[in-house]
Design a protein around this ligand. Structure first.
Ligand SMILES: Cc1ncc(COP(=O)(O)O)c(C=O)c1O
Length: 436
């Protein structure tokens, strides 16, 4: 039976009538989910790019059950075996001297906390973020985001300074890489000078932008930002809510460029989405600030024992199952397959990827680069593609004129090939509708 009565709760990010009826999901197994009518879907987006282990991983399920039987909840002023093990494990896998965690309930909260910590440590108040970014749904995190959801909410908190993105495909400066000298990074210095360096606490950025356009930066970008931040005593916060925990073929995406940020925020893959949990990871110089200064932050569920146990098991599973290596290898397969798909479709203007995080950008006019949604009437094309992929047994994120792909890290080359065949069929149908 499909979810019939939508009276009792609201589906996020949707006009309720536009998403009716909502498919009711029953169970999951590895890279597959099954609905209540027995239909099978390949989960090519790991839901919200968070179920990195795939569905129903026995080790994590067992850890949750065992912890629930021992102690479901304890206040954050106590510790547990799972919490201690998680802290030690995170210190081991995090880059550079990042060795201290502050646990949160979500990625949004992790970004809120990281921004507040940056303000407390530096005594400055402004945060720099990018126009095409998504940092979360809570007031501060959404205000920091560039995503259209911020504009739709219609209220934003002050002290956010925005900079342009490393979006080579539609460069805000109308320049071309590499002749541009990575101007999107270099120009940040001028913004800092005009805003007053002594007022800027941190620069918050996703290593690879996810929801807001799937942008993978040039290799020089983050090393340049790191140098600029260091010059002005500005903290660099990497929002690895999506890219953390193996998604890009390394534990953290910042590892690709050997850049150690002052803080990393993450969530999603930390527990593979099995239990809500986020984290702020910080370098020693940030953590030491709170040795003698009070940290006025936390929530009832900070370091929930079940979440900690799930996270410890998930981190072990990434290693034991070789999933980060698989993400790196399958990332190449995915990237090659999408490039091949692009060659066959004029409606694809660009494909971008880092490991198993990929974006397919759709246009209605290859000459002008007009985004696909504009031609179909905003929203229509997107809802139509969303429905069509599900009909064909594929689950993938589609928003604006972007298809965001982020399968579980256990995905195989055969599954990628099948999913790309489905996208091929749908994009052929899209092109057929465009010429009518
Ligand atoms: C990069 C990024 N940051 C923050 C968030 C917010 O995380 P959460 O939905 O767990 O609050 C998301 C969610 O998609 C995200 O992709």
């Amino acid at each position: 039976m499909q979810g019939a009565n939508r009276r009792y709760d609201l589906i996020p990010w949707a006009a309720q009538n536009a998403v009716h009826p909502v498919t009711r999901m029953e169970h999951g197994d590895g890279a597959y989910i099954f609905d209540s009518e027995g239909r099978k879907y390949l989960d090519f987006s790991a839901q919200l790019v968070n179920v990195n282990l795939g569905h129903g991983h026995a080790k994590v399920v067992r850890a949750i059950q065992e912890q629930a039987a021992r102690l479901c909840y304890i206040g954050p002023h106590f510790t547990t075996e799972a919490r201690d093990a998680l802290g030690a494990k995170l210190a081991k896998i995090a880059p550079g001297d990042i060795a201290t965690a502050f646990f949160t309930d979500s990625g949004s909260e992790a970004n809120e906390i990281a921004m507040t910590i940056a303000r407390l440590v530096t005594g400055r108040r402004k945060i720099m973020t990018r126009y095409r970014s998504y940092h979360g749904t809570t007031s501060g995190a959404l205000s920091a985001s560039g995503d259209p959801r911020r504009v739709a909410v219609g209220y934003e908190q002050p002290n956010v300074v925005r900079i342009f993105d490393p979006y080579c495909h539609r460069c805000s400066f109308k320049l071309s890489y590499p002749e541009c000298g990575v101007h999107c990074a270099a120009s940040v210095e001028e913004v800092i000078q005009r805003e007053g360096p002594e007022q800027i606490a941190a620069l918050l950025a996703e290593p690879m932008t996810a929801a807001a356009a799937g942008i993978d930066p040039p290799a020089e970008y983050f090393p340049m930002l790191r140098r600029i931040c260091d010059r002005y005593g500005i903290l660099l916060i990497a929002d690895e809510v999506i890219t953390g925990f193996g998604r890009t073929g390394k534990w953290f995406a910042m590892n690709h460029w050997d850049v150690v940020p002052d803080m990393i925020t993450s969530a999603k893959g930390l527990t593979s989405g099995y239990v809500p949990m986020g984290v702020v990871l910080m370098r020693d110089h940030i953590a030491r600030h709170f040795d003698d200064n009070w940290i006025p932050l936390g929530s009832t569920q900070t370091a929930n024992p079940i979440a900690c146990a799930a996270a410890v098991a998930a981190l072990d599973a990434y290693e034991e199952d070789g999933l980060i290596e698989n993400a790196a290898a399958m990332g190449v397969v995915l990237s090659d397959s999408l490039e091949e798909l692009k060659r066959g479709h004029a409606c694809i203007s660009d494909v971008r990827s880092l490991g198993l995080l990929a974006c397919v950008e759709l246009v209605s006019d290859a000459e002008t680069g007009e985004p696909l949604s504009a031609k179909f009437g905003h929203g229509d094309s997107i809802e139509w593609i969303k429905r069509r992929v599900l009909e064909l047994g594929l689950e993938v994120r589609v928003s604006d004129h972007f298809i965001l792909i982020g399968p579980p890290l256990c995905i195989t080359a055969q599954e990628i090939a099948w999913a790309v065949t489905v996208l091929d069929e749908i994009l052929t149908e899209v092109e057929g509708r465009l010429v009518q």
